[in-house]
Design a protein. Structure first.
Length: 290
């Protein structure tokens, strides 16, 4: 059954009648128009679409695929034969769309709550090595990504830390605060006795005990990573954190700005987070879809 149309003016109780149609220039779609019998306001089927008034809406999904396939914004513009500014604008639109869809995806776990989850942080940088970031992830055993945070941290190298302190005094370590916020967002998705698996970083156990008082926290010692596994997969033997490490390796392989030796780097924390939101949607709905 088709959805009942209402007037564009939400306070108007008038009935809606057909009032012609038009062919959309951007994609050639046949769009019906309507008119309210009370306020005489006209609108179309496209009025309530999130793509309303977009001139090249047919590029949205293509840009989503490119952004999830290790392709930069400039190369995407070259392949699609559009201006790089068009790709940049649509990048922000697609990121917000994917963020909303990821929230809808997580609503399924409010009914069938998670009983086991993996968590850890992967490190990257923004603009320069003096501004490192920590990307915290929550991953299920079947490699679904439930959430993430991107936090600024201090460089571990002493020389880089001194440069960061002089050139970027506003660059602070927010990994603990953001990891706590991530755990709080996961509360509706987890069982009270959820099993959380991570490495031996002290911050994890401290924050998990505060929020999930009845949870089981299983910790494993960090191991040396193999170069062939994007620096995330571990060398030899059984890896108790394999679903998480494999997912982190997938992020580095499919998001060009996360590749370890790359010309493409993020300039802003929020743009890195948006790019990860796009990949999470593609990862959950395409790569790991059953």
């Amino acid at each position: 059954m088709s959805q009942k149309l209402v007037c564009k003016n939400k306070n108007c109780p008038g009935k809606v009648h057909k009032s012609g149609h038009f062919v959309r220039y951007s994609d050639g779609a046949f769009v019906k128009r309507f008119r309210c019998s009370r306020c005489r306001l006209t609108f179309s089927q496209a009025t309530f679409s999130p793509c309303y008034r977009q001139k090249k809406r047919h590029l949205n999904y293509k840009i989503l695929l490119h952004m999830s396939s290790c392709i930069s914004q400039r190369r995407t513009a070259l392949l699609l034969n559009v201006n790089k500014n068009t790709v940049e604008k649509k990048f922000h639109f697609v990121a917000q769309f994917c963020k909303d869809k990821n929230i809808e995806f997580n609503e399924d776990y409010t009914k069938n709550k998670c009983t086991e989850v993996f968590t850890d942080e992967m490190e990257d940088r923004v603009h320069t090595k003096c501004k490192p970031v920590a990307i915290a992830l929550m991953v299920t055993p079947d490699r679904k990504i439930l959430g993430h945070t991107v936090s600024s941290i201090k460089p571990k190298n002493k020389k880089l830390r001194e440069i960061c302190h002089k050139k970027y005094p506003e660059w602070r370590d927010h990994s603990r605060k953001n990891f706590k916020a991530l755990l709080e967002r996961m509360v509706p998705l987890f069982e009270s006795h959820v099993k959380i698996i991570s490495d031996e970083k002290p911050m994890y156990s401290q924050e998990i005990k505060k929020i999930f008082t009845h949870a089981t926290h299983e910790r494993h010692k960090s191991r040396r990573a193999t170069v062939a596994g994007q620096g995330e997969l571990k060398e030899g033997g059984f890896d108790p954190l394999f679903p998480l490490n494999h997912t982190c390796a997938m992020l580095r392989a499919n998001i060009n700005r996360l590749i370890r030796r790359s010309w493409c780097t993020s300039k802003k924390l929020e743009n890195l987070s948006k790019h990860i939101e796009i990949y999470i949607y593609f990862h959950n709905t395409v790569l790991t879809a059953k």
